[in-house]
Design a protein around this ligand. Structure first.
Ligand SMILES: [Zn+2]
Length: 148
């Protein structure tokens, strides 16, 4: 999902947004415009997370944990939607990179944290969904729903 389009932004910088020229240009551009979300980034993050959670079962797994950036809204939204069932609650873990008030680690703890952070960053990169959205999650395999 995206609420920004580089081509639209470029056109708006060169043309008056409410001008006839812009509207003519936009009519020709609309079929290729990448904007598919209007609203806050927070709402977009929640909708993207919901889509990810909903389609996980199609691939045979369920996300169990949301790695949080300190903002609880997406976590609460997913649990409100009861994605898998009312009985399955999604857990939340705080990403240490986003935690402001934690005690500074000792040298050994710091090395462990660096390794953990590096691994998490690799996982985060692999799971990145869109340019502006950074949702990380743990998952586990579930039993296949169809038996022969
Ligand atoms: Zn556009």
């Amino acid at each position: 999902m995206s609420k920004r389009c580089i081509e639209c932004e470029h056109a708006k910088s060169g043309l008056e947004e409410n001008s006839a020229e812009f509207h003519v240009w936009y009519e020709g551009h609309i079929s290729s415009c990448v904007i598919n979300h209007v609203g806050s980034s927070c709402a977009m993050e929640q909708e993207v997370a919901l889509k990810l959670w909903q389609r996980s079962e199609d691939s045979g797994f369920q996300y169990t944990t949301l790695l949080s950036d300190g903002d609880e809204k997406t976590y609460q939204y997913l649990n409100t939607k009861e994605v898998y069932s009312p009985e399955i609650k999604i857990k939340k873990e705080e990403c240490i990179n986003h935690t402001e008030d934690y005690d500074l680690p000792s040298a050994m703890e710091f090395e462990a944290l660096r390794l953990d952070t590096a691994l998490n960053e690799m996982l985060c990169d692999a799971r990145e969904f869109a340019d502006e959205i950074d949702i990380q999650a743990n998952f586990e395999l579930i039993q296949p729903r169809h038996r022969v």
